[in-house]
Design a binder for this molecule. Sequence first.
Ligand code: NAP
Length: 234
Amino acid sequence: MPADRPVAVVTGANRGIGREVARQLAGHRFAVVLGSRDPGRGEQAARHLDPAGQAVAACVLDVASASSIEAMADWVGERLGRADVLVNNAAIHYDTGQRAESADLDVVQEALQTNLLGAWRTTQALLPLLRRSPHPRIVNVSSEGGSIAEMTGGTPAYSVSKAALNALTRLLAGELRRDRILVNAVCPGWTATDMGEGGGRPVAEGAASVVWAALLPDEGPTGGFYRDGRPLPW
Ligand code: NAP
């Protein structure tokens, strides 16, 4: 990939919003690392977005696995030598069939493992490279489902994991301000992906909501929760 481009790492980018975020960031002249837990599906998505292999490279990444995250960070460091943007997009278990009062806590644990700890561990692994970037950005792809202000019950595994991701966003933003790293949580809105179950807005619009936070200027906000560039209640 061209050495002069800033590098963006997108997790869970073999399909859905993540793949479209990868496409849009490549259009903004990023070299994009397309994270995918399945090597074949990652390679296929990368070639679909960038047949010439110039701007998008697939990298195996299972955010539920510490060793996979470490291997990805080593790969990025050795192959590209930099990371400027991290989009923590991978997520599971939009558990519409569950209620908090009776939730299967194994499902809750899996959701926390991927949606919270996956983003947390991936951030920690890439921080040494992000700190060296001239314009570092971390985007945690969250959901209005994680807004404590809006919760009335339902989707407990998903909602608790996204509320925790929002809390992590606040903590990291405060701690990384001294390193000039802008950290924000973004809701793409209800989007027509597999998780969106076919309904919702076009994938390009959901992804654009996320990309907005990757392209913020240096004086842009940090520690916020947004959809389409507008603040959401926590
Ligand atoms: P999606 O279509 O279900 O895609 C999820 C992606 O995450 C897939 O690429 C999946 O990979 C990957 N993933 C899951 N577990 C992973 C793991 N352990 N390691 C690495 N990758 C993993 O979901 P989406 O709609 O694109 O959602 C993207 C983000 O937007 C999520 O954070 C979601 O919570 C958020 N969001 C979505 C909506 C919506 O309406 N769609 C609304 C609000 C927020 P595999 O292909 O290997 O499963």
